[in-house]
Ligand binder design. Structure first.
Ligand SMILES: [Zn+2]
Length: 273
């Protein structure tokens, strides 16, 4: 019954496959799941996640996560508005929470729902390092990378080349959603972002952190610290979805001056390290 329903929705989907424009690259990307379906689901999943985990409030670290998050969000809004995408974030409901967990991880769901785990803080080290991680994660969300992963997951599941599926909130759809957004290591299946998505998120993330007033070169140092963790017996969760590499660090060094130049257009003249 369920398969039949999925297939009929799939056939319908073939007719309405949509594209959305990535505001940073101008590229058309395949968006098989519209925001109107994704965002309510993201908000629900986010609240569920918060209710099942230990949210840290009122500490200096929790406040730092909120502060840096707000600055990154405001940088995203300023950048998009300046580039002709003023309405792009209308449906975003930014939220920044620190969760008490040894897991080395951080993510941003579509709609601006961010979680930073306490386990990543020793590696981010300071405010600028945290801005590098949050800038990168927000960039994935803005560029709809999760959405594209979600679509890929669905296609895989349905064994089709194009399709759409109604997100009714049942277990199967939630599983696809969680896999696509790299939520919860307990699921065991976390897809890494593709190399092109990683490059895009690094590039956009540097611009965001620079506009937020942080020196983008800190990002190179952060990824070096990440890489140093990789040699341990169990690499951090964050690295299983965002593998570090010499190429990544080199790219960041090359792009840092360009990101600072971009930020100067927004009146940012000093960059916190
Ligand atoms: Zn990434």
């Amino acid at each position: 019954m369920k398969l039949k329903k999925s297939l009929s929705i799939l056939l319908l989907g073939v007719l309405v496959v949509a594209c959305s424009t990535n505001p940073f690259t101008g590229k058309q990307t395949l968006a098989l799941v519209p925001n109107s379906q994704i965002l309510p689901m993201a908000f629900q999943q986010y609240n569920e996640f918060l209710s099942e985990n230990k949210v840290v409030t009122g500490t200096a670290e929790a406040n730092m996560v909120k502060n840096v998050g707000q600055k990154i969000a405001s940088a995203a809004e300023r950048y998009l508005t300046a580039n002709g995408y003023a309405g792009y974030l209308t449906e975003y409901r930014w939220e920044y929470n620190l969760v008490n967990s040894p897991e080395v991880n951080a993510w941003c769901m579509p709609g601006g729902k961010i979680v930073v785990y306490t386990g990543i803080l020793p590696i981010t080290k300071d405010e600028a390092g945290l801005a590098a991680v949050m800038g990168h994660e927000v960039a994935h969300a803005l560029a709809n990378h999760g959405q594209q992963r979600m679509s890929a997951g669905q296609l895989q599941q349905l064994g089709a080349v194009a399709g759409n599926i109604a997100l009714s909130g049942d277990a199967q759809n939630q599983q696809i959603f969680n896999t696509a957004y790299g939520l919860g290591s307990n699921l065991g299946v976390m897809l890494p972002f593709s190399r092109s998505h990683e490059i895009e998120a690094d590039h956009i993330g540097l611009i965001l952190m620079a506009i937020a007033g942080y020196d983008p070169i800190v990002s190179a140092e952060l990824w070096q610290r990440m890489q140093a963790q990789e040699s341990g017996n169990k690499p951090p969760e964050f690295l299983s979805t965002h593998p570090s590499s010499a190429t990544r660090i080199q790219n960041i060094r090359t792009w840092a001056p360009e990101a600072r130049a971009e930020a100067r257009k927004f009146g940012v003249t000093t960059f916190k390290k």
